[in-house]
Design a protein around this ligand. Structure first.
Ligand code: HEM
Ligand code: NAG
Ligand code: NAG
Ligand code: NAG
Ligand code: NAG
Length: 517
């Protein structure tokens, strides 16, 4: 078996569901044949997880029935484990494996502190998305772009804030025009366009951040990866490198994005060759920093385009889902508008539109933080694969190959941590902060074992400082310039539940009009 196949089939469940949206191809048949021959083998092997309590029971028949609920009810399985085995590590069956779940704060600390060669985030991403087949090995092997986001991008946020604000304003004005009559706006697609445009202003600058085809390819890239991944998952491992090249759409996306990025990369490289790294009028954007830090082999148009696409992959839908979840709360409960307007207007009067101003909008910060607590965008966080056997300090043994995650949603809805946790309380965190002198403990970007929508520890989202500034500037602009409501007044569109993710309703619309004073 290839070294990349950590979910050794002997740890898997002896069945495999066909995802509803997928066609059953010849590759599926091949895989099925292989799985069936392993099936008998699995039943005879001792269960390596026998010591870990299982939601829905550990027998093959009961696990099969429980796992069927995974597609659309994974959180119910996690919550059942959280309630039944409180404080113990437990497992839930998903379509093709057991998924180990931890929730106790000290165990989350152990999860985050475990070395990368024992509990690996990188391998989790690669195993679930097949990045190395779809985008090449270097994107996984060499992660210099993470340092660029964590360091240069985050440090330059105050310098870049004006550009960000300008792009947000022009994107809103183009995409959601201010009208005197109420108009119904399809929320998710419009928000994703605004987020993509604002983010790419900072990633690659004007005019590329306004090119419709470039934006579309970045917005659709997530779909392209996940469709391609679904094809690869039914391909035998040894055929994947070959099939990835012919059966997937990822390389087409790279070609389209490179059409826009190629010329500016070459132009910038020519200036670097002539004048050195600090050439006159060098643009202040993420592409410049990538080009500074890239090794020679990483400085090609294809490799740099790959990086930009990967960063858009990490940025666009995470931020758009977070904003849309928040927007639905605000539109369902527009009484939150007035207090936020007062706060935003008074802060802007003192500070102007600056990064400092964003840190002083405590109600706005709280509203976003509460929405990520209440909805999250995923039921789990701190996803890892065990590359070696690992033992938690309570003695729970985790065999090599295991998928482990933290029960984000259950933690965020724990009454002991968040009183009245089933209530959406937009100013929950702002109210706490009035007591503690507005220190940073309860601000949006802060993580702790009790607040993990951005993860926690060394892999905690490095883009969250950028995301927080972008989302706050977007929300502040929206709150000051529009009235919003739901067509069915007071009714918030229901969250979706797709495997481990919890997206907002991507089909719903929100009513917008120009703010009436
Ligand atoms: C509200 C929006 C966002 C949310 C909720 C979010 C959430 C997350 C989470 C949960 C992780 C994994 C942490 C872990 O498992 O410990 C992560 C990692 C990451 N995020 Fe974000 N993210 C957001 C926005 C962004 C943006 C805007 C960028 C880029 C500018 C970004 C770049 C990354 C990168 C590069 C990683 C990988 C870190 C690593 O491998 O160490 N994210 N994010
Ligand atoms: C912006 O990032 C660069 C790194 O390329 C750094 O040298 C510079 O100090 C940063 N600017 C600010 C204002 O921090
Ligand atoms: C999603 O929204 C529903 C109500 O629309 C709410 O009850 C629930 O707590 C939210 N979060 C999750 C994770 O489902
Ligand atoms: C900040 O506030 C938290 C409570 O929100 C408190 O536990 C912590 O001690 C405070 N830290 C400082 C430095 O005041
Ligand atoms: C159920 O899951 C499927 C994909 O597995 C998804 O397409 C569908 O939207 C989900 N339904 C809900 C209500 O979340």
């Amino acid at each position: 078996m290839s070294s990349t196949n950590y979910t050794s089939l002997s740890y898997s469940l002896p069945f495999h569901f066909n995802e509803p949206s997928l066609t059953f191809s010849w590759i599926g048949f091949t895989l099925l044949a292989i799985l069936l021959s392993y099936g008998a083998f699995v039943i005879l092997k001792p269960d390596p997880y026998a010591h870990i309590p299982a939601v829905g029971g550990s027998g093959i028949i009961s696990a099969y029935h429980t796992a069927k609920r995974f597609y659309n009810h994974s959180n119910e399985l996690i919550v059942a484990g959280y309630d039944n085995y409180k404080d113990r590590i437990y497992r839930i069956p998903s379509k093709d494996r057991w998924q180990v779940i931890v929730s106790r704060p000290d165990q989350i600390e152990e999860l985050r502190k475990a070395p990368d060669d024992v509990l690996s985030f990188k391998d989790f991403v690669d195993q679930t998305l097949f990045i190395k087949y779809l985008m090449g090995r270097t994107i996984v092997a060499n992660e210099y772009h993470i340092g660029v986001v964590r360091s240069q991008l985050t440090k330059n946020l105050s310098v870049l804030f004006d550009d960000l604000r300008e792009e947000i304003q022009s994107a809103f004005d183009d995409i959601i025009p201010q009208t005197d009559d109420w108009v119904s706006i399809h929320a998710y697609s419009k928000i994703a366009e605004i987020v993509a445009r604002a983010s790419n202003r900072i990633f690659v600058g004007v005019p590329i951040c306004r090119e419709p085809e470039y934006l579309k390819v970045n917005i659709d890239f997530t779909m392209s990866i996940s469709k391609s991944r679904n094809r690869l998952i039914r391909t035998p491992a040894f055929l994947r490198p070959l099939v990835a090249r012919y059966l997937t759409t990822v390389s087409e996306s790279i070609t389209i994005a490179a059409k826009y990025l190629g010329p500016i990369i070459q132009e910038r490289q020519a200036k670097i060759d002539e004048h050195g790294q600090d050439y006159p009028e060098k643009p202040v954007d993420l592409l410049s920093w990538l080009m500074e830090d890239a090794s020679n082999e990483q400085r090609t148009v294809t490799q740099l385009t790959n990086r930009i696409l990967s960063l858009n992959f990490a940025a666009i839908h995470t931020s758009s889902m977070t904003f849309t979840h928040t927007l639905y709360h605000l539109a369902a409960e527009p009484h939150y508008l007035q207090p936020m307007r007062e706060e935003i207007e008074s802060v802007i009067a003192q500070e102007g539109w600056t990064k400092i101003a964003m840190t002083k909008m405590h109600k706005l910060d709280s509203f976003l933080k509460e929405s990520l607590r209440y909805n999250g965008i995923s039921f789990v966080s701190l996803n890892r694969i065990a590359l070696k056997d690992f033992t938690f300090s309570d003695g729970t043994f985790i065999p090599k190959g295991t998928f482990i995650s933290a029960a984000a949603q259950s933690i965020h809805h724990d009454e002991e941590k968040y009183p009245d946790s089933e209530k959406f309380d937009g100013f929950r965190f702002a109210n706490i902060r009035t007591q503690d002198g507005y220190n940073t403990t309860n601000q949006f970007v802060n993580t702790s074992p009790d607040y993990i929508p951005f993860g926690h520890g060394k892999h905690a989202c490095p883009g969250r400082f950028f995301a927080a500034n972008e989302l706050k500037a977007m929300m502040a602009y929206l709150v000051l310039n529009y009235d919003i409501k739901m067509k069915n007044e007071g009714v918030r569109p229901k969250n979706l539940s797709i495997a481990m993710s919890c997206p907002p309703d991507i089909t719903a619309s929100v009513m917008f009009r120009r703010r009436q004073l």
